[in-house]
Design a protein around this ligand. Structure first.
Ligand SMILES: C[S@@+](CC[C@H](N)C(=O)[O-])C[C@H]1O[C@@H](n2cnc3c(N)ncnc32)[C@H](O)[C@@H]1O
Length: 229
């Protein structure tokens, strides 16, 4: 088995809980009834599992969704443990409001991962599709709302501007109305250099807005970007 090396460098296979998603993206569930939603680069998030169990029309895409559930469970546990080890060395750089401490974060995220995995076992290839964000396997305007968390902007030292631009173009293409991206900052609260560059390079018909959200773990991570068609 390939061992994941701390400190964490590239995109890692973990997932936020549905409760975190609701806050990160300012989601109002009443407004999402009858809407088609895509979470891309969804990782081990419990958002799709929770939403579909509650009657919402939701799909998830990720580069690793061709892997079997056992592999993803062990990768998620391994990456979560590596994340906890690295967070323990820099606890003061994070905001402890949603989570009181590292133990709480670990329990919460492990539960999200298990929830994801149970649903993935049943719905791999149905709700959970393997896809590269730069080339999504969906028709134009297929979804009303497309969400993307913790892949764009935070890895701008590894994923170049062309990757960001292609991914954003694809998410806009498959959405009929709106794309939301969270967060806009990297560690230490530094805003990604690509946020304004992306906004400046969009087609004229796309309006953008940076919106305050009621969630913050990374310093300065209380904003999302809305792209409105
Ligand atoms: C840090 S996780 C974020 C998971 C979830 N969105 C969240 O906020 O908790 C990043 C995810 O991006 C996926 N990923 C990396 N590159 C990708 C690409 N080119 N296309 C689709 N998914 C990708 C990884 O497999 C991983 O699951």
């Amino acid at each position: 088995m390939i061992k994941f090396q701390a400190p964490i460098e590239g995109p890692i296979f973990i997932g936020r809980s549905w409760e975190e998603y609701i806050k990160m993206f300012n989601l109002d569930l009443n407004q999402l009834q009858n809407k088609k939603i895509l979470d891309c680069a969804a990782g081990a998030s419990s958002f799709t599992s929770f939403m579909s169990k509650n009657g919402f029309d939701v799909m998830a895409a990720d580069l690793l969704y061709d892997r079997d559930p056992k592999f993803l469970q062990s990768r998620c546990e391994e990456h979560l443990n590596a994340l906890i080890d690295s967070l323990a060395k820099m606890e003061k750089e994070f905001i402890w409001s949603f989570f009181k401490n590292l133990d709480e974060l670990k329990c919460h995220r492990m539960a999200a991962c298990k929830d994801f995995n149970n649903d993935y076992q049943l719905n791999k290839g149905k709700k959970y599709l393997m896809a590269d964000l730069q080339q999504l396997p969906f028709a134009d305007d297929r979804f009303d709302l497309v969400l993307c968390a913790h892949l764009l902007f935070i890895y701008d030292h590894r994923l170049d501007f062309t990757f960001h631009q292609k991914a954003v173009e694809e998410m806009i293409r498959v959405s009929s109305a709106e794309v939301r991206i969270y967060p806009l900052v990297k560690n230490k609260g530094q805003k990604s250099i690509f946020v304004e560059k992306i906004r400046d390079n969009l087609p004229e018909n796309i309006k953008t807005e940076i919106v305050r959200v009621d969630y913050q773990f990374r310093r300065g991570g209380n904003e999302m970007l809305r792209l409105i068609k």
